[in-house]
Design a protein around this ligand. Structure first.
Ligand SMILES: C[S@@+](CC[C@H](N)C(=O)[O-])C[C@H]1O[C@@H](n2cnc3c(N)ncnc32)[C@H](O)[C@@H]1O
Length: 239
């Protein structure tokens, strides 16, 4: 039997490997994304979801956000809840923006691509946030395992993932399909409490040409949420 060969340049065209930002240290350098109105509206929507969670869980005092970028989301949350002890982790240029803008909270520069060194962090957090972050790293498992250690039974883990229809880059295509992701978190001892819809829809994005129907790994996703830009999920430890 002959080996079916696929031309390498076909992969290159389809997957654009150069785009994997997790391997670049200059992310957020001279980046104007956060000044665009669309981003601000997105962060406002997301911060309101998290504020809502804090309203419902007044025990939340210590917050950890991984892959926070420069910290715009955190500032919106801290505006409503200024007494939170808010820790953020991202790369050097994100920290520079955070520092130069006198943002509130404590920023840690760490490379989370393949490992999660918890030096300097608290033993436990009441709320952990990974907002569009896990899909960027090479070892999401070690991140989620470490988050388990950094949380307790009452802690809340808020995760946002882009809908695969957004055609973003991510290292593990398929892992972030709605059902697969819930399963992945379940194998890491976290249980889904629920999810929030996204205000923006896939069709709102100019680059998106096709609106794809439901696939087999989305049985838990209601039809009306199929074209949500992001899936905003709330997890808690299950054991
Ligand atoms: C899509 S952005 C999301 C940023 C922010 N949470 C938001 O919602 O706008 C992904 C974030 O993950 C961070 N990131 C990617 N790889 C990383 C790594 N190896 N270590 C630390 N942060 C990383 C990036 O710098 C970036 O801020």
């Amino acid at each position: 039997m002959g080996l079916f060969r696929i031309k390498h340049n076909k992969f290159e065209q389809k997957f654009n490997f150069d785009q994997f930002d997790t391997a670049h240290s200059d992310e957020w350098k001279d980046d104007d994304r956060i000044h665009e109105q669309g981003w601000d509206e997105r962060y406002t929507y997301e911060s309101n979801l998290i504020i809502n969670l804090i309203d419902e869980n007044p025990h939340i005092k210590n917050v950890l956000e991984l892959g926070s970028g420069p910290g715009v989301l955190s500032q919106k949350i801290l505006k409503k809840y200024p007494d939170l002890n808010y820790h953020l982790i991202d790369k050097p240029f994100a920290e520079q923006y955070f520092r130069e803008n006198n943002f509130k909270g404590k920023f840690f520069v760490k490379d989370l691509s393949n490992s999660f060194n918890t030096e300097g962090l608290l033993d436990k957090y009441d709320l952990v946030i990974t907002n569009d972050f896990l899909e960027h790293v090479f070892n999401p498992s070690i991140i989620v395992q470490t988050i388990y250690k950094l949380t307790n039974k009452n802690s809340i883990y808020f995760i946002s993932n882009p809908n695969w229809r957004m055609a973003h880059q991510w290292v593990y295509r398929g892992l972030f399909d709605f059902d697969n992701f819930i399963y992945f978190l379940y194998t890491h001892k976290f249980k889904l409490e629920g999810f929030y819809p996204s205000e923006l829809k896939v069709a709102d994005i100019e680059q998106v040409k096709d609106i794809y129907p439901k696939i087999d790994s989305e049985t838990l996703l209601p039809e009306e949420n199929l074209n949500d830009w992001n899936h905003y999920m709330v997890f808690k430890q299950r054991m």
